[in-house]
Design a protein around this ligand. Structure first.
Ligand SMILES: Cc1cc2nc3c(=O)[nH]c(=O)nc-3n(C[C@H](O)[C@H](O)[C@H](O)COP(=O)(O)OP(=O)(O)OC[C@H]3O[C@@H](n4cnc5c(N)ncnc54)[C@H](O)[C@@H]3O)c2cc1C
Length: 495
């Protein structure tokens, strides 16, 4: 049966969209450049072509590709099964994952809503009220639990770290929910099967389940929670398929030219509808490149208003604590005297995936520091463009007063603790790029309308972090998932 819609990318945006549309009876094909990862639920579902999460393979198991402003135009691809790609822009670096399930393997599983009023007055038919039921539904599906009362977990940011004289305790409701399957009473680590038949193992606080993924799936990932159930309803996922160009076809639909990385051949797929969900940076690379070769036209605001979510990542010596213990993030902390300067979280020490004989030393070193990460609604004054056959992007943190405020808060933590927080002062390393295909009521201001459809391009949709009209200033994935759920509802209604 021919596809009703092709979805490019299987992160939060792509997976939620695919799941909803399949549920409504549509024939959906997902193209994902990365492989299925070898986790308990994926194995239990009988998917044979799996690749391991980075554990002992060193840098090569981690780095898929390097995309720099110089060198080969398509970048240097080191390993097609690699976990993430590093994009280097002017003043900004972005890690982009490559997996079925996208960034849900690397994430710390913190679920936070966008600030009140975020969706209001962006485009006709859109507002906080429109998105609210979608937030509720995806929060439940991502199995968010409130860590406020979970004092039992090691390194609980709010309880254990607030003694440092640097932070004030958070109030009930101020902690982000965690999409984590915590151990049962008395630390029971027995596997649990959910209502969709998905098998997961609870989090073992002694084993690393952070940015290099969670083999037992104790972290909620969208491949397990959205794609596996949808496969049973007829979803087709083509892993290791990289979309290279999109264009309108003669029958009023859309064509995707892709590279089958397993088979080593080019393929073209067509469908009446197409959704680009390749993540903030790769969506723009694909769309700007396609416009350059005539596949798309117009879109004067494509690539404008890129933001970095105010991400400021500091490394802070941890005193006598072992920060490799506990969940991937220890939750939200509020810096004393700078409570409103930024949304800060603590991230656990992360041992690199080195060979076994080096593992102990690497873990002990990683456990001596903690990541203090600040997020703010920066000025989103960066941009993306196409130049000499390659994608380029730039962001200058000095344009955002919110960066200066977050830096002052980090300095206050250094002073109060007597341990220096080391953070970058001139360049941004962001896990949460935002914008460039922003929502707006017309094409001069943005790329998509309030339903996620690209202005002037019927049947073409965007559902990932690039649609944000400004950065959310908090962990953004729940908002991306809620947006995808909203876009799906509109597509189903229009069908
Ligand atoms: C260390 C770390 C921790 C994080 N922790 C959190 C957290 O706790 N909470 C939170 O809210 N967010 C967190 N994030 C951010 C989160 O990962 C992103 O917000 C989220 O993954 C973005 O979702 P997306 O759907 O926009 O894109 P992605 O999840 O990046 O998905 C895009 C997918 O598209 C695929 N793709 C790209 N190009 C192509 C192509 N040409 N053809 C086919 N497929 C393609 C990619 O391989 C990828 O699978 C974290 C990020 C990092 C790096």
């Amino acid at each position: 049966m021919a596809a009703d819609i092709i979805i490019i990318g299987s992160g939060f945006g792509g997976s939620v969209l695919a799941s909803r549309l399949v549920e409504a009876g549509m024939k959906v094909v997902v193209l994902e450049r990365g492989p299925w990862r070898d986790t308990v639920p994926v194995r239990a579902a009988g998917i044979e072509a799996r690749k391991p999460l980075p554990r002992t393979g060193g840098l090569l198991s981690v780095l898929r590709s390097l995309r720099a402003p110089k060198g080969p135009r398509r970048g240097i691809r080191l390993n097609k099964h690699g976990y993430l790609e590093l994009w280097i822009g002017d003043g900004i670096k972005v890690p982009c994952t490559s997996n079925v399930g996208g960034g849900s393997h690397i994430w710390a599983a913190l679920l936070e809503r966008a600030p009140a009023g975020f969706w209001d007055d962006r485009a006709p038919g859109l507002g906080d009220d429109t998105l609210s039921p979608h937030y509720d539904r995806v929060t439940k599906e991502l199995k968010g639990v409130d860590p406020f009362d979970l004092s039992a977990f090691p390194n609980n940011g709010d309880i254990e770290w607030s003694h440092d004289d640097c932070f004030v305790r958070t109030e009930a409701g101020e902690q982000p929910l965690m999409g984590i399957l915590f151990p049962g009473p008395d630390g029971d680590l027995s596997a649990v099967t959910d209502e969709n038949g998905i098998v997961r193992q609870p989090l073992d606080f002694n084993r690393n389940n952070g940015m290099f993924g969670s083999p037992g799936a104790s972290k909620s990932t969208v491949d397990a929670l959205f794609l596996l159930p949808a496969l049973k309803r007829g979803l087709e996922v083509r892993d290791l398929h990289e979309a290279r160009r999109i264009s309108a076809n003669d029958s009023g639909g859309w064509a995707v030219e892709a590279r089958d990385l397993r088979g080593g051949r080019n393929v073209t797929l067509e469908a009446p509808k197409l959704a680009v969900c390749a993540g903030t940076i790769n969506t723009k690379a694909l769309m700007l490149g396609s416009r350059e070769t005539g596949g798309l036209d117009g879109l004067p605001a494509l690539g404008d208003r890129l933001g970095a979510n105010g991400d400021l990542i500091g490394k802070w010596p941890a005193g006598d604590r072992d920060t490799t213990l506990g969940p991937p993030s220890f939750g939200r902390v509020k810096v004393k005297g700078h409570e409103d300067s930024a949304y800060f979280i603590l991230g656990g020490g992360e041992p690199p995936p080195v060979p076994g004989f080096l593992a102990r030393g690497a873990r002990s070193k990683a456990g001596r520091s903690v990541e203090l990460v600040g997020m703010t609604q920066d000025a989103a004054d960066g941009r993306c463009w196409w130049e000499n056959g390659r994608f380029r992007f730039a962001f200058d943190l000095t344009g955002s007063p919110s960066y200066a405020a977050a830096m002052r808060a980090m300095d206050a933590v250094s002073e109060a603790s007597g341990r220096t927080v080391d953070y970058p002062r001139t360049e941004v390393f962001t896990a949460h790029p935002a914008g460039g295909c922003r929502i707006a009521s017309d094409a001069s201001e943005g790329v998509v309308d309030g339903e996620g459809q690209v202005h002037g391009h019927p049947g073409l949709y965007v559902a990932d972090g690039s649609i944000f009209p400004q950065p959310v200033g908090v962990p953004p994935s729940l908002s991306i998932a809620a947006w995808a759920s909203h876009v799906a509802e509109r597509i189903i209604r229009s069908n």
